[in-house]
Write a protein that binds this ligand. Structure first.
Ligand code: FAD
Length: 413
């Protein structure tokens, strides 16, 4: 980090300074600019192309993009669709949810590389003169005066710059610097697993996987595969704390797990030869007790990190952005954002976040933890099989994953 005394090259003013060009920050910038609010979006990387962080666009986001006329355009990007996973258990296949039955124009998860999605959103935002994107802007300091956050300082390739803003939004992800500087400490839960993500090739003549997602369980591991346009996005879920042991055993250990759980992918597993092919997702789940302080709002992973169950992190970050736009666009245009406005964003988003985290925790305790403890194939409890057969109950998990506790819509003026 630069020292306190680093020379400031220039000072800019904007209504809303958003730190972090992930799904939450980029979408908030687009939606606010669309409402005429001047926004600056600061992203520390020089482009959006970086390590895998999930590529899932849920029905709720597709409906919101449809509201602003962008859903069809997003579908022009090469994609695949997933309607729900089918897990192979000792007593047969089991699908915990199926989005196909939902009443929506988009009864599926659209799978688009996150880099393409972020480029798409920021390209659309750039059509509004109120929007400014600064890449390679590494925010290092929060400006606070008389207990109110007034902006940030960032380090660009040419030195330090200052942005002054009526509102600063921390959309800077799970390791949020602004959250730490604001002294906000998240309450953590400890999901029992971690995940290794990697790609497997598509080989000639492969069967299509029903619902776009396959899952298998065995020897204390869960193997998942998501169909992509030209490869399989694959994940190996294993008990937390085992990473170093697996790393020491090397790629062979991962190959062995795949072959044991899903022998039909043995040939695919041969393409794993180097540990560099893996990305570790150290699974966390947390929620901040407070999402704001005067002049500052936390959204997305900065406010709540989601467990990967259901793959909802992107969905919830974008829903936060939509609610923040609904509540804050007018006060931002008037140049008066009160602490009560910021509290209203948290009020509308906290319950849905708690609800999905409770559901994830239930699945982790009752399905994932059992599967990870077992040393052989396990069966699905009969109660769960019954649950997914009862029409009024079976759509609940799909609805929670697709939309959350309640559908979030853009409130158009
Ligand atoms: C390996 C992995 C796989 C995942 N898979 C899925 C999935 O399949 N589906 C799903 O929904 N979710 C998935 N997630 C979670 C998902 O990535 C997050 O929930 C989601 O991206 C949160 O969006 P966000 O905008 O809040 O934060 P992020 O996407 O984390 O974006 C934060 C941005 O802030 C930038 N930033 C950070 N600090 C600074 C700074 N000081 N200055 C400037 N910029 C800064 C970062 O570079 C980043 O671009 C996965 C996560 C990981 C790590």
């Amino acid at each position: 980090m630069q020292s306190e005394g680093a020379e400031i090259r220039d000072v800019h003013k904007t209504s809303c300074c958003i730190v972090g060009g992930g799904p939450g920050g980029a979408m908030l910038a687009l939606l606010l600019a669309r409402r005429g609010v001047s926004v600056m979006l600061l992203e520390m990387h020089k482009d959006f192309d970086r390590e895998f962080r999930g590529d899932t666009i849920h029905p709720s986001i597709l409906e919101i993009l449809d509201q602003i006329g962008l859903a069809d355009k997003l579908h022009e990007i090469p994609h695949t669709k997933a309607t729900g996973p089918t897990f192979q258990f000792a007593n047969g296949p089991f699908s915990p949810f199926n989005l196909k039955r939902l009443k929506t124009r988009f009864p599926y998860i659209l799978i688009v590389p996150q880099v393409r999605f972020l480029e798409f959103i920021t390209r659309e935002a750039a059509k509004y003169p109120q929007f400014k994107l600064i890449m390679h802007a590494n925010v290092q300091k929060m400006i606070e005066e008389d207990g109110v956050v007034r902006g940030v300082r960032y380090l660009g390739p040419d030195g330090m710059h200052e942005i002054r803003a009526d509102l600063t939004v921390a959309a800077d992800g799970r390791f949020s610097l602004l959250r730490r500087l604001a002294g906000i400490e998240p309450i953590k839960t400890a999901p029992p697993m971690d995940v290794l993500w990697f790609r497997l090739p598509k080989l000639p003549g492969e069967p299509e996987i029903s619902g776009g997602v396959f899952g298998g369980i065995g020897r204390g591991r869960i193997f998942v595969m998501l169909e992509r346009t030209d490869y399989w996005q694959s994940g190996l879920v294993f008990p937390k704390g085992q990473y170093q042991e697996m790393r020491a055993k090397g790629v062979e250990e991962v190959r062995k797990s795949i072959i044991e759980i899903a022998p039909r992918f043995a040939q695919h597993a041969e393409h794993l030869t180097d540990w560099q092919q893996f990305t570790l997702l150290s699974v966390e789940s947390n929620r901040c007790p407070l999402w704001h302080k005067p002049g500052l709002l936390l959204i997305g992973d900065a406010a709540h990190v989601m467990s990967p169950v259901g793959g909802v992190g992107i969905n919830y970050a974008i829903q936060d952005a939509v609610v923040a736009t609904n509540v804050l666009a007018k006060p931002l245009l008037a140049g008066r954002v009160s602490d009560a406005d910021l509290a209203e964003v948290q009020r509308q988003r906290e319950l849905p976040t708690r609800a999905i985290q409770a559901m994830q925790s239930f699945m982790q305790r009752n399905l994932v933890a059992n599967a990870l403890r077992a040393q052989k194939a396990i069966s699905v409890p009969w109660q769960l099989r019954l649950f997914v057969r009862i029409p009024i109950l079976r759509n609940l998990p799909s609805r929670m994953i697709a939309f959350g506790l309640r559908r979030v819509r853009l409130a158009e003026p």
